[in-house]
Every structure is written in C-alpha cells, then in structure tokens.
Design a protein around this ligand. Structure first.
Ligand SMILES: Nc1ncnc2c1ncn2[C@@H]1O[C@H](COP(=O)(O)OP(=O)(O)OP(=O)(O)O)[C@@H](O)[C@H]1O
Ligand SMILES: [Mg+2]
Length: 424
C-alpha cells in the first residue's frame, strides 16, 4: 500500500501551511504530515532509520535524564530499573521508575513533543515557503487529558497557529471514509486494538460530518497487545520450567529481572511471527534457544485475553445497536488487529452475533490500520479548514461535540483547557 496519497482538492486558501498530526499511542507514537507545497498526506517518518513510528517508551536514570524511543529501549538492557512504559495510561500522574526516580508523566510528553516539533520545523525549513503551522493531536475518546497535552505543547517552547484535537475513533473514521468508503453514511463502530487499550466508539456519519453518537459513550478496556504479550511470556516461562534445574533457575532469574525488556522482545517476535506463515516461534533468552510450536503460539495469541477483547467488543456492539437501531459497519483498526488469526476469529464471532440477535453487521479491516488515527487526523483538519484557515481569526472553533481547535502560541498567557466533559 502506498504511503502517500495526493489530495488535489485540499487547498487551504491563501495560506502556505504545514499540518502535523501526532498520535501518541500507548506503545507507539505515530505522526502524519501535510503541506501546501506538495499537497500530499504522508506518514511522517519520525523513527530512527526512517522508521515510521517511535516506541512510546521512556527511561529515567539516576541523574533524572530522560530518554525516549529506541534509545530508551536500548537502555533497558543496561539499566532496566529506569524504564517507564504505558505513560499514556497515566498521563495525569507522577510516575516512579523502579530505580526510585520520580517524574510527572506530562513532562515526558513534553520531551517527546519537543523532538517531534524539531523534526517538523526541519521539514518546514526544507519546504521553504511555509507561513502557517498547524498541529492536530488525537486523544482517546474516553479520557479527558486535553489540558495535559496543551501544557506539554506549551512547555516545548514551539508555537503553532492552531492546535486542534480529535478523538482517536473519529480520526480513524475520517481515514477509512476518505480512503475506502467515500460514500458511506450511517452508523459506524470503531474498534481499536492498540498496544495498551482496546477502545470502542459508535459514530454517526452523515455526508462529510462524523461524530460520536452522544448516547453511546465510548468505552474500552486496558490490556490489548500487552496482555497478549504477557500470555506469550507465560508460555515462555512454562517452556523454561521444563529445562534442567541449573538452566531453568538461570533463565527464570533472568526473566524475573528483565521482564520489560523481554516483553518488548516478545512483542517484536509476535509481530514478525504474525506476518509469516507456518513457522515456529524461536526465542533466544540469555543465550538459550527456545522454540515454541506455531500451534501453541497461535492458541496463546487467540486465548483468554483475545476472547475477552472480542466478547467485550460484541457486548459494546450490541449495546450500540440498541441505541442506533440501524445496520452497523465495524472497522477494526490498531496494530493489535494484525495479530495472526485475530481478524478471522473476530469475524466469526460477529457472524454468530448477527445470527443470534438478527442484527446486520458488516466488518471492514482498513489497510494501514496502524496509521489510521494519525492520517485521519490530517484528513479531518483539511476538511474542516479548507476555506477559512487563512483568516486566523478564530480563537476557538467547536465542530460537533468531539473535536475542536484552539488558537495557540507557546509564549502566550497560561493555557486554559477548553475541554467540556459534559459535551462528550
Ligand atoms: N504486524 C503486527 N502483527 C501483530 N501485532 C502487531 C503488528 N503490528 C503491531 N502489532 C501490535 O499492535 C500493538 C500496537 O498497536 P498500535 O500502534 O495501534 O497501539 P498504540 O496506538 O500504541 O496503543 P493505544 O491505541 O492502545 O494507545 C502492539 O501490541 C503491537 O505489538
Ligand atoms: Mg492507538
């Protein structure tokens, strides 16, 4: 699938603009970009070696130095006690690494944003003619951390002409509609299988407008990819327990001390394995090769945790149907939906649900499902702003009840959150 799409009809009147969207995920940070010079929406290559994501992983050492991304991943090997993960789930908290160091989660977000904005400025310099800079931040539909994101942006010292927010499922729906079903109208369920959470939302699409159905509050569970990684870790431990005593004790000791590192290793193995057909999964734990049969791995990946995710998704779909009373289309997004066998398993459960309850449900799996949120946030922005961004007069604009934008400068007076929880 091409990573770029030309969008001829998105011209922002009178402005030489560049738009950055950031999808700060529990396990991966993704970004997308659009500029009025190339008029193309692209995944922004923010990772090392032109990788298109950064691991949402942080490290805090004894001298309070913050490291993030691949570098934090490497540091886990030498200093595992400084690792901080799943920061997105605890953004309003003071975090404590296992080495005793403490930090506000928002401060970590500032460091990550600083890096992304530096890359963005670099891009703008290379384009040469940009006079207007826009930022779109996607946020989970069921959390209200807008003020924390704004504070983190402000603390980077970078400034933007506008900052917009979009709820993650709404962004995913914009991308899907734009890329796959431009004429779709009706009720859409977005099921996002992420690294740390599964999120569900019920949306209504009417012509160009996409909004969350107010009566069907977006829901979700923590777990997702991480829980599946943990079930693979348990499988590995079971296998290690069958080894002779000395080797077993050595490896169990290692696993105990390097749990986070191993979970990251397992996550990568799971992704590699999901992309291949018919291969056993091989782990190398501290120099010992451990092979696990494909069938066993597959059973663990589609085991209790996956069944819980699917069952709860079906419950949400059913409750959404009771509200909208219309045929439903579900889109399955997020990296977790790429787990081998997941989509087929999910489809079979949906067929069962539709037969049992007499509901018409259609399942769609968008291509580029990891990047739907980042790309969709840009589509949303371009669609909402194509006529009026050049006026720069809006201080605040509310679009339906789940997305809004604020005019923002990093050096302006203290930020007030414009977020209104009752409006969700
Ligand atoms: N090709 C793949 N095969 C299997 N699993 C994959 C694949 N690619 C990504 N994943 C898994 O998807 C998860 C990450 O998905 P994603 O990037 O959508 O999450 P996120 O946005 O970081 O998390 P969240 O949406 O919960 O905040 C991880 O568990 C990762 O291992
Ligand atoms: Mg996500």
């Amino acid at each position: 699938m091409a990573k770029e799409q030309k969008i001829e009809n998105y011209k922002i009147k009178d402005a030489k603009s560049c738009v950055l969207s950031v999808d700060f995920g529990t396990s991966r940070t993704k970004a997308a970009i659009w500029d009025s010079v190339s008029e193309q929406v692209r995944i922004f290559m923010i990772g090392e070696d032109e990788k298109n994501y950064i691991p949402s992983l942080f490290h805090l050492d004894k001298s309070s130095t913050i490291t993030f991304g691949e570098e934090a991943h490497d540091l886990q090997i030498y200093d595992p006690l400084g690792a901080l993960e799943y920061v997105k789930l605890q953004l309003d908290q003071m975090l404590r690494a296992a080495n005793g160091e403490k930090i506000e989660a928002g401060h970590l977000l500032t460091q990550l944003f600083k890096y992304l904005f530096y890359l963005f400025e670099d891009k703008i310099k290379s384009l040469g003619k940009i006079t207007s800079k826009q930022l779109v931040l996607s946020l989970p539909a069921r959390w209200q951390f807008e003020d924390i994101y704004l504070e983190a942006v402000k603390n980077t010292g970078y400034s933007f002409d506008h900052i917009s927010f979009i709820k993650e499922p709404v962004a995913a729906a914009y991308h899907w509609k734009r890329q796959e079903k431009p004429h779709f109208q009706g009720s859409l369920i977005v099921i996002d299988i992420g690294g740390g959470t599964v999120d569900w939302a019920c949306l209504q699409i009417k012509e160009e407008d996409i909004h969350i159905v107010p009566e069907s509050y977006p829901k979700g569970v923590t777990g997702a990819g991480l829980e599946i990684d943990k079930s693979l870790l348990r499988l590995l431990v079971e296998k290690v327990q069958t080894l002779d005593e000395i080797e077993r004790d050595r490896l169990l000791d290692y696993i105990q001390q390097h749990k986070m590192l191993l979970l990251n290793y397992i996550r990568k193995s799971k992704e590699r394995y999901s992309a291949k057909k018919g291969e056993d999964i091989i782990f190398n734990v501290c120099g010992t090769r451990i092979a696990i049969k494909r069938m066993t791995v597959q059973q663990a990946m589609l085991g209790v945790e996956t069944q819980r995710i699917i069952q709860k998704s079906c419950n949400y779909i059913l409750s959404a149907y009771q509200i909208v009373q219309q045929p439903l289309t579900c889109i399955l997004v997020g990296g977790g939906s790429k787990i081998a066998g997941f989509a087929d398993f999910f489809r079979s459960k949906l067929i069962q649900l539709s037969e049992e309850k007499g509901i018409e449900i259609n399942l769609e799996i968008p291509s580029q499902s990891h990047y739907t949120t980042a790309l969709g946030a840009i589509y949303y922005f371009l669609q909402k702003n194509r006529w009026d961004i050049s006026t720069k007069t809006r201080i605040e604009e509310k679009n339906n009840n789940n997305n809004y934008s604020v005019k923002f400068k990093a050096d302006s007076s203290p930020i007030k959150s414009h977020f209104d929880p009752d409006k969700i």
